[in-house]
Design a protein around this ligand. Sequence first.
Ligand code: ATP
Ligand code: MG
Length: 199
Amino acid sequence: MNKKERSLVLIKPDGVQRGLIGEVIKRYERTGLKLVGLKMFVPTADFVKKHYLLDPGWKQSNGEKTINAYKAKGQEPPISDPIKAAEKTLGRLKSYISSGPVVAMVWQGMNAVEVIRKITGGTEPRTSDIGTIRGDFTIDSYEIADLDDRSVRNIIHASGSPKEAEMEVKHWFEDEELMNYRLVGEEILYDVNLDGILE
Ligand code: ATP
Ligand code: MG
């Protein structure tokens, strides 16, 4: 069990503009995961493109997800080829994520990727679960995003797998920007017998 698994999280420009930085950090922080990197900047369109293309399978999986989301609602997807659909999405993503400051973070701990994705919720806010960040704080849908020729605005990016996280952390952070430190709470989270509490 890797207690040092990492996940890259971005609060996208809409999340920053909606005043949700504190709310988002609170939700991840209270799980016990450890914040090991944090910064704010405006990424370029090229930097965003490189980020999404770190995973060679991204176009296929993103395109299929979009097509399946339309089909699940009984609607015809506007583009039926997954790769072409993802390329359209990527063009829109470049202007979305480079439109203003984003907050980039690295969270670390046991099952960090899975736990962060659970708290973040599904990609399309219209169908993401209540209680998740995307379900609670916004209402966007693929349909309106397509009509307006823009990206789905869903507040957060969160790594999809530990492998993806490793590449993304390298893309967004220098080694010296990541903190190695002990967090007192981890002594309870990962303790075996809880026999060191009572005096
Ligand atoms: P992220 O990688 O941002 O955490 P995700 O893994 O849930 O999100 P991806 O398939 O990687 O989803 O898509 C990346 C982002 O592209 C989404 O978060 C969303 O902002 C945008 N997006 C994805 N599909 C579409 C679409 N069909 N139309 C518009 N925007 C989309
Ligand atoms: Mg993704």
